[in-house]
Ligand binder design. Structure first.
Ligand code: FES
Length: 242
């Protein structure tokens, strides 16, 4: 990973490289959007989520050329595989964040180290693309039989969600677990910024109907506690720190 092209402010606001997986976005949203990226914010830092060479990838959503969002570009075929091509002047980046093409210089001409962007290490669990900055997060944040329900963008901090739902974070600061009148439950949260979050309710496949019903009740509890909490995905992008 190269952070060389990021501003100090962006670099400082990145999550610490602890063995933490963050749920970024439902894989189905990324595949439906392809070849266009899905922009998400993680702790105020923008990322462009794409499918490159058949696998999810997360690239820092700022083109190092003129600092415009890479999420305004599209996935195209590069010299060595898929790349995310900037929509402005065509600089293109592979899944490691390395610049693979600068059209103005001609095909195959990229000065060494020029224009790379930071990336998150990504993987897919429970139908969700997760991201981490850690090289040692070699564990699955959820069990094989766990399914993520629909992502819920909320005008609430992670702390407020935990406060209302009563979830306690696991040892890896990744999945929250709690017990209420409906039984045991778990969820993961992506902090969009200090005041907003994307909640990913989790359920087990063999009790899906019951857990879905329980989550509907929990989400209404959040709405009652904090009216006007729902947040549309498009609103998330317009308020991202860029
Ligand atoms: S701004 Fe991205 S290639 Fe110029």
């Amino acid at each position: 990973m190269s952070d060389a092209t990021m501003t100090d402010a962006a670099r400082a606001s990145l999550p610490a490289p602890a063995p933490v997986w963050y749920p970024l976005v439902e894989l189905a949203r990324v595949t439906a959007s392809a070849p266009l990226p899905v922009p998400v914010s993680l702790d105020g830092v923008p990322w462009a989520i794409v499918i490159l060479d058949g696998k999810a990838a997360a690239l820092y959503d700022v083109c190092p050329h003129r600092r415009v969002p890479l999420s305004a570009g599209r996935v195209t075929e590069g010299p060595g595989g898929d790349v995310l091509e900037c929509g402005y002047h065509g600089w293109s980046y592979d899944r490691q964040g390395a610049c693979a093409r600068i059209p103005a210089l001609g095909e195959g001409v990229v000065p060494r180290g020029m224009g790379s962007v930071a990336v998150l290490r990504t993987d897919v669990f429970a139908g969700v693309v997760w991201g981490t900055r850690s090289d040692v997060a070699d564990f699955s944040p959820v069990a094989d039989n766990v399914i993520a329900l629909k992502e819920q963008p909320l005008q609430l901090s992670v702390a407020r969600i935990d406060e209302v739902l009563g979830g306690e974070v696991d040892e890896y600061d990744t999945v929250r677990r709690g017990v209420d009148t409906h039984g045991r439950f778990s969820y993961a949260v992506r902090p969009i910024d200090a005041a907003r979050s994307a909640l990913f309710p989790l359920a087990t496949a063999d009790a899906l109907a019951d857990e879905l019903s329980a989550w509907i009740t929990r989400l209404s509890l959040l709405s009652e506690s904090f009216p006007d909490t729902p947040l549309s995905a498009s609103t998330e992008r317009s308020r991202d720190a860029r």
